[in-house]
Design a protein around this ligand. Structure first.
Ligand code: GUN
Ligand code: ZN
Length: 453
């Protein structure tokens, strides 16, 4: 058992978004006690801890925050942030991204990228990520292997493409090959580290790139496949309603009423039911900027979550996800960097954009997000989106100890800025910390009680 003493900040319990401010835990002289299995046995005031005579690692004046959860990031785009000359989504994909992702055909390059991807995640404190994978199985082997070696939590699946423009050609397979590669990936990597999804750090996902990169036949086959593995805790991940031209093209190509129908088994003409749904409590859809009320309601009903990616939406000019209408539908909204359309790896920088874009929404759609809502979106909502809320997302006793040590003295002017805030004003303190922190303030990263280097 080890005790870590510092300033604890997290969202305790399991609140829904409207209640998170009431669950904000701020314990200036706090401690978490972690047992040898990596589980938190006590979390709270240092003075009230059970005195077990164990080692105390005194991290004061650092903050202890839950590890960040990135619910949408592209591994094969590790070197693609701020790619020049792309334009909006569909042009950017064809001009910049498909050619860049094709380079992972080289196993040496893919291995190097996997190492740097994990290293970068570690430097920004992203302890858990839902990772959009490469088309190439050897690249996915490298990603999962590096993730296990590093000790990070990673959910991923190869990016499935059975159709696309000429520049996507190296990434395409026929449909039978796509299904067999995904099946093999699940067999090989789902819970590969422990053999049990309930304890594993790595999990597999079924990941069609988006509706425009597959066909109705592929969606049908993926529906059958997903139906056969969802009970084993396999995930589903893709993009939805990111860009207006994309939405129009999906509706025209499939003849569907809404984009979501393509993932809901209703990809037949006029949204006729033509296969099994891919939605559910382990399904995460990135963006959801241009959703209808019915789409939001259907996601909420099926417990499908949204990976909200405001930094990416700024870069690609995709628009702003209407915050209030989205959360009012009761759909769970978590956060994603969407590297590389999002050009920022550090989750608090994405929160910073999140705050600004919703503060800039028109008229009465405008909202000033509460700092507890920001922290929730970056941690517990992510754990919920990934059906891992019983294991991670906050620093409650009983959870696995995924946490960050954040030392404001390591960042120029951060400690001095925080020192100006009245100690009793915990909302102001958390807001300034989340909006202002940079990665140099993150000094240690722990997953399941293990310090990762
Ligand atoms: N839609 C389909 N592929 C992609 C991608 O790689 N990035 C983003 N942002 N949207 C997509
Ligand atoms: Zn994306």
């Amino acid at each position: 058992m080890t005790a870590y003493r510092g300033h604890l900040i997290h969202i305790g319990g399991a609140p829904r978004l409207p209640a998170v401010a009431g669950n904000l835990v701020n314990e200036p002289d706090g401690v978490i006690m972690v047992d040898d299995t990596g589980r938190i046995t006590y979390s709270g005031a240092f003075d009230a801890r059970p005195d077990t005579g164990d080692d105390v690692v005194d991290l004061r004046p650092a903050f202890l925050l839950p590890g960040f959860v990135d619910t949408h990031i592209h591994f094969p785009q590790t070197y693609c942030t701020d790619s020049y000359g792309g334009g909006q989504l569909l042009d950017w994909l064809s001009r910049c991204i498909f050619p860049a992702e094709a380079k992972l055909a080289d196993p040496v390059y893919a291995q190097l990228m996997a190492r740097e991807f994990c290293r970068r995640r570690l430097s920004v404190g992203t302890t858990t990520a839902l990772v959009f994978g490469s088309a190439f199985p050897h690249a996915q082997d490298a990603l999962f292997g590096e993730s296990i070696r590093t000790g990070l939590r990673t959910i991923s699946g190869r990016g499935i493409q059975t159709m696309g423009p000429p520049s996507a050609k190296p990434l395409l397979t026929d449909e039978a090959t796509a299904i067999s590669l995904v099946t093999e990936e699940i067999v090989r990597w789902h819970a590969a580290d422990t053999g049990d999804p309930a304890t594993a750090l790595v999990h597999a996902a079924v990941v069609p790139r988006f509706a425009l990169s597959v066909t109705a036949q592929t969606l049908h086959a993926l529906g059958e496949l997903y139906d056969s593995v969802r009970d084993r805790g396999v995930y589903f991940h893709t993009h939805l309603n990111e860009n207006v031209d994309e939405v129009a093209e999906v509706r025209e190509t499939y003849g569907v009423q809404t984009y979501l129908d393509t993932y809901d088994g209703k990809f037949g003409d006029g949204s006729a039911q033509a296969g099994k749904t891919l939605l559910g409590p382990r399904s995460v859809l990135a963006h959801a900027v241009h959703c209808t009320r019915d789409e939001l309601a259907r996601m909420a009903d099926t417990e499908t979550s949204i990976a909200h990616c405001p930094t990416s939406q700024l870069f690609l000019g995709s628009g702003v996800m209407p915050w209030q209408a989205t959360v009012r539908s009761a759909v769970n909204v978590a956060l994603g960097t969407d590297v590389s359309a999002g050009d920022e790896w550090l989750i608090p920088r994405v929160l910073n954009d999140c705050f600004k874009v919703h503060m800039s929404e028109p008229g009465d759609q405008r909202v000033a997000l509460h700092p507890a809502e920001l922290l929730f979106t970056a941690t517990l909502a992510g754990a919920r989106a990934l059906a891992l809320e019983d294991r991670i997302g906050n620093l409650d006793a009983g959870k696995e100890a995924d946490f960050l040590v954040v030392d404001p003295h390591r960042q120029e002017l951060l400690a001095e800025t925080l020192a100006q805030i009245d100690e009793a004003d915990r909302d102001a303190l958390l807001f300034t910390l989340l909006m202002g922190m940079r990665e140099e303030a993150i000094t240690h990263v722990y997953v399941k009680g293990r310090r990762l280097t």
